[in-house]
Design a protein around this ligand. Sequence first.
Ligand SMILES: Cc1cc2nc3c(=O)[nH]c(=O)nc-3n(C[C@H](O)[C@H](O)[C@H](O)COP(=O)(O)OP(=O)(O)OC[C@H]3O[C@@H](n4cnc5c(N)ncnc54)[C@H](O)[C@@H]3O)c2cc1C
Length: 546
Amino acid sequence: MADVISKKVKRNFDATAGETFDIIVIGGGIIGAGIARDATLRGFRTLLVEKEDFAYGTTSRSSRLIHGGLRYLKRLELGLVRQDLREREILLHIAPHLVHLLAFVIPISNARPLQRAALPFGLMLYDLLFYGKSLPSHKRLSRSETLELEPELERKGLVGSYLYYDCQSPFVERLCLDNVLAAAEHGATALNHAKVVGLLRNSNGVSGVKVQDVTSGENYEVKAKIVINATGHWVDSLREMLGKSASTMIRRTKGIHLLTPQISRNAIVLFALADNRLFFVIPWQGYSLIGTTDTDYSGDLDTVEAEKEDVNYLLKEVRRIFPDIDSQKIFYASAGLRALARSSSRNPSDVSRSHKLVDHEREDGTRGFISVLGGKITAYRAVAEQAVDLVCKKLGSQSPCTTDQVPLPGAPSVSKQIIEKAANQRGITVETVTHLTALYGSRFTEVLELLKQNPRGAQLLCPHSLDILAQVQHAVQYEGALTVEDFLLRRSALGLGPCLGLDALDHIADEMGALLNWNQNERQKQIDLYRARSGGRLRFASGLQS
Ligand SMILES: Cc1cc2nc3c(=O)[nH]c(=O)nc-3n(C[C@H](O)[C@H](O)[C@H](O)COP(=O)(O)OP(=O)(O)OC[C@H]3O[C@@H](n4cnc5c(N)ncnc54)[C@H](O)[C@@H]3O)c2cc1C
């Protein structure tokens, strides 16, 4: 199996350019990866190209929740919520190693009577919308029960809370990667650091892409019957390659998160006093992830950062409910962009999170080109299914979708007994093996297998994380990691922790350099780029500067 994976993810642009594909998917975020997996399982010859790395875009900057979205009930988007609750259930089934139950507490205070009146109705609807769900139903908790669960909550005005359940995918980057690996193992070609720089045209449509191998700068032409533009908030830039001066199809809004020391045991739902928006304090790997915001964005698409106003907004609102939060202790602030299908709503938070498929043949007569607008992580599989259904219609295929049944590569999740046995056998701690199973699911054994050739691989990479050296080799040989950033942010958990992996950066550059034959210049370039990109996340690291 191991050889198969490494072979499939291996880059061979010359061979790729010689092939004609049924489908080229542009964009290796969760939506593009999901489409590539679905298309391949239905027997289509598929190419996935990603300009940076799988999950580099919005997918890795999300709140990491797999949820129906309580907030969408307020706008009565019942269809969207029902779809997402169904998808939540499917993901628990096909990706139990990466999607877990998470308890949410909504504190109720006597200061907001309207909200108190609306909540029981909303939560009942949330329970009823997906009949047959496996998650427990919501509960009303008294004041003392609430404080027992969450002792740090502001006591003044607190009258109780509601407890309900949704899901979390702590390493959503790996959910994306699992889709890429599944596609590759079923025959797709998946290329990261492969940027589409032009669309190939024929008389009445699109016949392929011009793709650049970003590592060498070389361009290649690849042909396909259908090209799918799944580039998230970059969707317009691909459409511009058609040579039409078209108006934008999406509205971009920015959302930020703060990583802080852990302030709650469960996820806490808060309603901002400033604008009544719902946001979360989410437990994540022993820390708290606080977010998000929702503001219109018109800046550079690749350098999105939190601004002082964003940080200020979150801290001010969180402090009302967690008065003891230390605003000088922010480890980092990350930012991402939503690509929302355009609507007439004025307020960004009122724009629907529902996705839209644009068949350009129907839209403007361009055959062979489809764009995907929007689409939450939670619904990625359903969005992919609809996109591939459309391709089937165009190519005259009857092949059914099976992605709701076929488990993702790292499924199922691993039992405690197996973890303990593996830890004993390899002489490493149960905590480390548990961490590996949280990232790789049942494929943690691939990482441990590498210790046979190289026992040094059991070394921890950094005092702030349980990631081990063998993961570097695994990422390069099995999972297509090409840069230190690929490894730190999207293969391991190292770059997501409080030190951003900076403490282990030189070590990782040495190890990757040895595997990928970097010279001294390349090694230094990798380090400098990672440091430079981390700078944006660290701007508020020692609290809010006035
Ligand atoms: C702050 C925030 C919090 C969120 N929280 C949640 C949540 O908790 N749960 C949830 O379900 N959803 C959440 N979302 C929404 C969700 O994250 C996104 O809708 C989803 O990740 C979009 O995936 P995507 O694949 O469409 O886009 P992306 O992940 O952005 O992927 C697009 C990819 O296309 C690539 N690309 C662009 N141009 C080219 C090119 N020319 N050639 C090749 N590749 C190219 C990019 O590099 C990128 O990797 C959140 C969004 C934000 C902003």
